[in-house]
Design a binder for this molecule. Structure first.
Ligand SMILES: Cc1cc2nc3c(=O)[nH]c(=O)nc-3n(C[C@H](O)[C@H](O)[C@H](O)COP(=O)(O)OP(=O)(O)OC[C@H]3O[C@@H](n4cnc5c(N)ncnc54)[C@H](O)[C@@H]3O)c2cc1C
Length: 584
């Protein structure tokens, strides 16, 4: 079928729903197309908080928030966009509160705020309470409220429709998408004036991850295929505290409420790595510290994990402020955090890189200000770039709501002022997708998808995770060559039309190979250590050579090229934002 809307948003997490809500309020006819039911989006799993300098608990300023975000990014976040986000965050939180988000309260009845890694008062003096939260189910509360509001305002939802192609005119203007209806197996074309990708993260390329199964980077792969670059893909965040072996997240809020990391001898080892903020250092530093402890033989009983000790925090705080993670630990590990330390190890968590956009979410072709007409991106799949080389905890939810809102408003404003008609669709827009799916269904005697996916996740984990070297990265890239061929030869057993998740798994695997190559190739090219990108063979940050963003294009056949993009600095106005060595 052919569906017509002014605006088509792909993805129904926090970023997609925020964009939908504000585009709709701005008078646009808005559709949200999502491969999951909106309430199953990964935003619903966000636990610990959303950052904004509300100063409800103690003195705080959005400028301190901006400084922390820039320092956290290891100085390659774009400072103009960071200033916008931190200044806009308090107002956006109040708007969310007015929409009905049930935030936790402090004794004065204000939104409760707690400490989180890398968030400080007065430019690094000590930790500050900046994370607004709804117990440790913050994302769940935000997602449900936004879905309510979108439904109330008449946003049109197409649930369980998986987008498989981005449509463009011959001159590259984006004017729609092709989606596969999971229930029926039918293909549909969506014709639009503006398309916004809000397809979330891609942690599923790694064996140990906190990300949901749907985090397969579809939006990134479709963008690359359209000849549009990806930015800063080498920066992948490993969160320090995943449940050992499972990767399920234990929020940083646990350390914000007083939790302590300990090694085999019971030592609070973060005192050595970050003497001022200790266990509340940013994630890149803590994950690297945990791996150093493990490598040097101080993992628990010589095994590759350490402890998160909450036993001194007390049952009351654990049950009231951290109920979710307390239950996770009891259910999945049989460990009661009230009386026992929790075994944890780093887990792949967040993609700093993604589709390059300006601070209104307009996708850029390469140079700043050179936009792909009709195309926007928001949320974790986008690279604005706020998070640079390392995202601070609570800043993703802030990014979603601030930039999701801006994208929605920008699209609506353009529709009102430009009054243009839709660019005509190409002939038979579903052809490419139909042929791709028929090709997969016709394959015989190949490997099954799960085997190839497990090998991909294993290669990425071994070669491209917390510590990287020329050797590990070269090996991963060589594995990826073989994996691309293997992914293209997999056989799906289910040949039917209804809920053929086998078929979609095969498509997603091909996407995973494409962006995995972007991560590994970007990491090999960047011969320095910065934020989450840590090279054993280049252990220092090298501002002279590498204070810049990476752009990556690929032809989908293993040939790729790079370009650099300058970082936007505001250091003339704000000298405190000048790059310095990061100490905490
Ligand atoms: C366990 C966990 C806890 C976290 N806790 C926090 C926290 O406390 N604070 C914080 O700031 N951040 C946190 N984060 C990070 C944050 O939650 C995510 O970065 C953020 O929610 C991503 O939102 P999004 O809207 O970009 O995408 P998502 O919420 O991931 O949604 C992606 C959407 O895209 C759709 N989609 C994807 N591909 C397709 C396709 N091909 N066709 C159609 N639809 C598609 C999906 O159906 C889904 O609706 C956490 C992350 C995890 C995993």
């Amino acid at each position: 079928m052919l569906f017509n809307h002014d605006v088509v948003i792909v993805g129904a997490g926090g970023a997609g729903l925020m964009a939908a809500l504000y585009a709709k309020e701005g008078g646009a006819d808005v559709a949200v197309v999502s491969k999951l039911h909106p309430l199953r989006s990964h935003t619903g799993a966000a636990q610990g908080g959303i950052g904004a300098a509300l100063a409800n608990e103690e003195e705080d300023h959005w400028m301190w928030h901006a400084f922390d975000t820039i320092k956290g990014s290891d100085y390659i976040g774009d400072q103009d966009a960071i200033l916008i986000m931190c200044q806009d965050a308090p107002r956006t939180i109040i708007e969310l509160e007015h929409y009905g988000v049930p935030f936790s309260r402090n004794k004065q009845g204000l939104i409760s705020q707690r400490r989180f890694g890398g968030h400080t008062r007065n430019y690094g003096e000590s930790a500050v309470r900046r994370a607004c939260h709804a117990a440790d189910r913050t994302g769940h509360a935000i997602l449900h409220t936004l879905y309510d509001q979108c439904t109330r305002k008449g946003v049109r939802f197409y649930d369980e429709f998986q987008v498989l192609d981005l449509l463009q005119t011959p001159d590259g203007t984006v004017n729609g998408v092709v989606a596969y209806e999971i229930l029926s197996g039918d293909l549909h074309t969506f014709h639009a004036k503006h398309v916004c990708f809000a397809t979330g993260g891609y942690g599923r390329a790694f064996q140990t991850t906190s990300n949901a199964h749907a985090g397969t980077g579809d939006g990134l792969a479709l963008t690359l295929r359209a000849g549009i670059p990806l930015e800063d893909m080498e920066f992948v965040q490993f969160h320090p505290t995943g449940l050992y072996r499972l990767g399920i997240l234990i929020t940083e809020g646990a350390r914000g409420e007083g939790g302590i990391l300990r090694n085999n001898s019971g030592e609070r080892f973060m005192e050595r790595y970050a003497p001022t903020v200790k266990d509340l250092a940013p994630r890149d530093l803590i994950s690297q510290a945990i791996y150093k402890e493990i490598r040097e033989g101080r993992g628990i009983n010589g095994e590759p994990y350490v402890y998160l000790d909450m036993t001194h925090v007390g049952a009351d705080i654990l049950e009231k402020k951290l109920p979710e993670i307390t239950t996770f630990s009891r259910t999945y590990l049989g460990v009661d955090p009230v009386t026992q330390p929790i075994p944890i190890a780093p887990t792949c968590h967040y993609a700093m890189g993604g589709i390059p956009t300006d601070y209104n979410g307009q996708v850029e072709k390469g140079q700043r200000g050179d936009f792909v007409q009709g195309f926007y991106a928001a949320g974790e799949c986008a690279c604005v770039s706020i998070h640079g080389a390392n995202r601070l905890g609570t800043n993703s939810l802030t990014d979603l709501v601030v930039f999701g809102r801006r994208v929605g408003m920008h699209m609506a404003e353009r529709l009102r002022t430009e009054g243009r008609t839709k660019e005509p669709l190409i002939a038979d827009p579903e052809k490419r997708t139909r042929e791709m799916l028929d090709g997969i269904l016709a394959r015989q005697d190949g490997e099954n998808v799960a085997t190839v996916r497990a090998d991909l996740q294993d290669s990425m984990m071994k070669g491209v995770s917390v510590f990287r070297t020329d050797e590990t990265l070269t090996e991963a890239l060589s594995d990826l060559k073989t994996l691309r061929a293997r992914a293209r030869a997999t056989t799906v057993r289910d040949k039917g039309k209804r809920f053929n998740t086998d078929l979609l798994d095969a498509v997603e695997l091909q996407h995973m190979v494409e962006y995995a190559e972007a991560i590994a190739a970007g990491a090999l090219r960047r011969t320095e250590s910065r934020g989450a990108h840590s090279r054993d063979d280049y252990p220092s940050r090298d501002d002279a050579a590498w204070l810049k963003h990476t752009l990556y294009w690929s032809n989908g056949e293993g040939e790729y090229r790079f370009a650099d993009k300058p970082v936007t600095m505001k250091t003339d106005e704000f000298p405190q934002f000048k790059p310095k060595e990061r100490k905490y």
